[in-house]
Design a protein around this ligand. Sequence first.
Ligand code: GLV
Length: 333
Amino acid sequence: MAHVGNNKVYITRKLPGPALEMLQEFDVTLHKRQEPPTRKEILKNVAGKDAILCMLSDKIDKEVMDAAGPQLKIISSYSTGFEHIDVAEATKRGIYVTYTSDILAEATADITFALILACARNVVAGDRMVRQKKWKVGWMPDLLLGQNVHGATIGIVGLGKIGSAVARRARGFGMEILYHSRRRNEAAEQELGARYADLDYLLAQSDFVTIHTTLNDASRHLVNSERLQKMKRTAFFINTARGAVVNERDLAAALKKGIIAGAGLDVFEKEPLGGKSPLLAMKNVVLLPHIGSADRMTRSKMAEVAAKSILDVLAEGKEPDPKFLVNPPAKRR
Ligand code: GLV
């Protein structure tokens, strides 16, 4: 094996937590600006690298792998989504692709509930009212009346690690839990008290529809105007997964026309959300800047996991932990 110090690693952003320290024995190129590296910078900086530690905002495709060269052994993504990486191409070249798996499931479920509560109970509107000195009367019987969360029905689309963590929280809130996913999960149904439903039924019955699927060809624009029409007019749409699972134009139109009551969004088709987005002016929408996993503990653990996968491959000469490996050996051959 090559001497450890000869290995070159490109890290595309400064990370909270121990990643840099863990990788200090390597020759590390660190992108230091807050803004993501440009395409040109990525293509330049990957040259000759043995490992890339990238973010979900960095597109890692064939051209990047070509620019890196044949010594590239691992692409470790500091994210649970990996649709920004051409996994098939990496697999063909025998390059490991790793991700942070379920490390951020609990944090993302937390922010999902933050959005559910914020939308349903007018948390943001209330804060604005107080700050803008529009709270004139004191306690009022009908001030900012919202929708009950406890006892309401939640429809979870995608019952993976994050969807399940949301279901556990929903159970604590005494909610009726429906879920839809590609495969029925009877063990999870038992554990979480969730009921399987087809998508149309889930949309029609739920007071909160929350998205937890990965983004792929099947889930892109899964939610469109036709599906939004199926929801209750009093229901809220929550998305902490990927923006492109919903057709954002259709969603904005449905919100404007009152087809649904509101939305809580942490993710968008294009990030950052452009200044012209109609969502910005809507009072029935709570918007967050893609911070689903952004608690200090989780982000630090994600950094540790992403760096450890690189250490496994470059320092130990072994496969990354299967839990974090997107393309296990059978798939890489
Ligand atoms: C966040 O969205 C992630 O994929 O880690």
